[in-house]
Design a protein around this ligand. Structure first.
Ligand code: TYM
Length: 335
């Protein structure tokens, strides 16, 4: 039977990209009634140093964002990765299955270390995709909803699963499928239409954060980079205009309208008309989420309770799968 798993790193600002490319789609899968498991991947976050006080805050903030976006902790499993030992343990076994050559091809590691001395990065950052494979495979996951930037990691997970099955002559791990659907699987930076919107971009102007207030959102959109031309009549005519394309795409994703419908409405209009309209739909979508987040964060005991219960349920599923993997590998169970 289908089982969805996905994760988000608690490494700072959650962006509109995380919302449209991940959170909102997680809620859709929950609403379709598919068994869904969502993880605050704190082990992944420390692949680059995090201030412990701040990490505690961002873990709870991310949990609050899941709930505020519509994840119901009764229907979906919501937990933090470090509290379920199957992730780290299976990650080691899978690290021994994955090949160095495969890891060397991961574009995210290359992007993250571009212009820096990779020798000074943590071993964890390099091994990161093996931990992500463990996240997915520890639940015998069939579907992994992610944004486009995570596709290569899910494909690597399939390679690792296939090699494990082959090397041990078993049919143990099912092949997980990346699910990259919808119109906003790659939301771009507001400063550069060829770069993805990212929580780690040094410029806060490049992204809309889930916690930005209405004035900040309006100001960021007003200052978003565009070209001087008014909007054309059709979506196709935007093919060479990445910034304009991105803004129209965000509008369509947030309003739930087809891109062509949005194009028709704003055909011939200047950005001075389109941008305030975009700010309005953005604020209308995000304001209820950020206000619910604030409510939840006012008393973190409820969030901690939800994560604790989620971790118990996650362990119930993953620990037997981990135990079986250990047995397949040839470990002797002594307790
Ligand atoms: P992370 O934390 O960078 O991003 C979380 C999710 O948000 C998506 N996303 C975007 N989607 C559209 N446009 C954007 N600009 C944008 N930016 C981010 C990401 O694709 C992702 O779906 N390695 C993962 C976390 C992870 C994971 C997993 C995911 C760990 N284990 C297992 C799935 C399954 C990451 O760093 O995502």
């Amino acid at each position: 039977s289908p089982r969805v798993f996905s994760g988000i790193q608690p490494s700072g600002n959650l962006t509109l990209g995380n919302y449209l490319g991940a959170l909102r789609r997680f809620v859709e899968s929950q609403e379709r009634g598919v068994e869904s498991i969502y993880c605050v991947v704190d082990l992944h976050a420390i692949t680059v140093w995090q201030d412990p006080e701040k990490l505690r805050r961002t873990i709870r903030e991310l949990a609050a964002a899941f709930i505020a976006s519509g994840i119901d902790p009764e229907r979906s499993v919501l937990f933090n990765q470090s509290q379920v030992s199957a992730h780290a343990e299976l990650s080691w076994i899978l690290s021994c299955v994955a090949r160095l050559g495969w890891m060397n091809r991961m574009t995210q590691f290359k992007d993250k270390t571009q212009g820096k001395n990779a020798e000074n990065e943590s071993l964890g950052l390099y091994a990161y995709p093996a931990l992500m494979a463990a996240d997915i495979l520890a639940y015998h996951t069939t579907h992994v909803p992610v944004g486009e930037d995570q596709k290569q990691h899910v494909e690597l997970t399939r390679d690792i699963a296939a090699k494990f099955n082959h090397d041990y002559g078993v049919d143990f791990f099912p092949m997980p499928a990346p699910v990259i659907e919808g119109t906003a699987t790659r939301v771009m930076s507001l400063r550069d239409g060829t770069k993805k919107m990212s929580k780690s971009d040094p410029s806060d102007q490049s992204r809309i954060n889930l916690t930005d207030d209405a004035d900040t959102i309006a100001a960021k959109i007003r200052k978003a980079r565009t070209d001087p031309e008014p909007l054309p009549e059709t979506w196709d005519e935007l093919s060479e205009r990445p910034e304009a394309r991105n803004l129209v795409n965000i509008y369509a994703a947030l309003s739930g309208e087809a891109r062509e419908v949005v194009m028709e409405r704003f055909a011939g209009q200047a950005f001075s008309v389109f941008k305030p309209a975009l700010a309005e739909v953005t604020v209308a979508s995000l304001a209820p989420i950020s206000s619910r987040m604030r409510e939840l964060l006012a008393d973190p005991t409820e969030i901690d309770r939800i994560l604790g219960r989620g971790a118990e349920r996650a362990a119930e599923i993953s620990l037997p799968i981990l135990a079986k993997a250990k047995e397949i590998v040839g470990f002797v169970r002594s307790r």
